[in-house]
Design a binder for this molecule. Structure first.
Ligand code: E4P
Length: 227
C-alpha cells in the first residue's frame, strides 16, 4: 500500500512527512498556488529537492503544463531531469495530455495520467503505459457521478491487465472512503493534510493510549526518569 501527501505546503510537509507513512508527495498547479509556490521548472526542481529531504519520501509527483502536447512534453522532460527515478510527471487525461504522456513514457519518464473522472480513462492510461492514473473521487461525486463505483471498476481493470499501473485515488475527502476502497483492493491514495489529520484522530484510540500510559505510570514506568 502506498500513500502520498497531496500538498506543497512547508508546514504540512513538516507536520506529516516525518510520520513515515507517506512514500511521496503529489502536487498540481492549484495546490502550488494555494500553498504560495511558483510554477516553473527551477522552482519545482527546488521543491522536489526539499521534499526528498524527508527520509520516507521516494517520489515527487509534479504536473506539467503547456498549450500543446509538445509544450507539455518539453516541460515534463525538464521537470523529470532533476532525477527521473524520483520525479513522476502528472499529465491531465486530455487528448494533448495523452499525446504528451505517450511521448514522455517513450523517453523513459514516469507518468501519472491525472484528472480522471471515468473508468475508461484507466484503459487510456494503460494504453499509454502510464505508471499511475489518478481518479478524482470527491470531484466525481460533486459532479453527480459514482466516484466509488468508478474507482472500484478502474482497480478491477488494473488488476486484470498485465500492467504495473496503479490507481492513485485522489480528491479524497474522508477516511471512511479510504477504508472502503482499500477493502475493494485499492492500494494507492493521495490525501490532503486535513485527511491525514483525520487518519490519526480516532478519539477512542486517543483515550485508550492515555489509559495505557496512566496504567504504565501507576506501575512504575516513569519511576527511573523521575528519580
Ligand atoms: C489531485 O491532484 C488533486 O489535488 C486533488 O486530489 C483534488 O482534491 P479536491 O477535489 O479535494 O480539490
Amino acid at each position: 500500500l502506498c500513500l502520498f501527501l497531496d500538498s506543497a505546503s512547508e508546514e504540512e510537509w513538516a507536520k506529516w512527512l516525518p510520520s513515515g507513512i507517506f512514500a511521496g508527495v503529489t502536487t498540481n498547479p492549484i495546490i502550488l498556488e494555494r500553498d504560495g509556490r511558483e510554477c516553473n521548472v527551477a522552482a519545482l526542481t527546488e521543491l522536489a529537492r526539499q521534499a526528498l529531504e524527508y527520509d520516507a519520501v521516494q517520489e515527487f509527483q509534479v504536473q506539467t503544463w503547456g498549450e500543446s502536447s509538445d509544450e507539455m512534453w518539453k516541460n515534463g522532460i525538464a521537470l523529470a531531469k532533476y532525477d527521473p527515478d524520483v520525479i513522476v510527471v502528472k499529465v491531465p487525461a486530455t487528448f494533448d495530455g495523452i499525446k504528451a504522456a505517450n511521448a514522455l513514457v517513450a523517453d523513459g519518464i514516469r507518468v501519472t495520467l491525472t484528472a480522471a473522472y471515468a473508468s475508461h480513462q484507466a484503459v487510456l492510461a494503460a494504453a499509454v503505459g502510464a505508471n499511475y492514473v489518478a481518479p478524482y473521487l470527491g470531484r466525481m461525486n460533486d459532479a453527480g457521478r459514482d466516484g466509488f463505483g468508478t474507482i472500484v471498476e478502474m482497480q478491477k481493470t488494473a488488476d486484470k491487465l498485465d500492467s504495473d499501473m496503479r490507481i492513485l485515488v485522489a480528491s479524497v475527502r474522508n477516511v471512511a472512503d479510504i477504508a472502503k476502497l482499500a477493502a475493494e483492493g485499492c492500494d494507492t491514495f493521495t490525501i490532503s493534510a486535513k485527511v491525514a489529520e483525520d487518519m490519526f484522530a480516532d478519539p477512542l484510540t486517543q483515550q485508550a493510549a492515555i489509559d495505557f500510559d496512566a496504567a504504565a505510570e501507576r506501575i512504575g514506568a516513569y519511576a527511573e526518569e523521575k528519580a
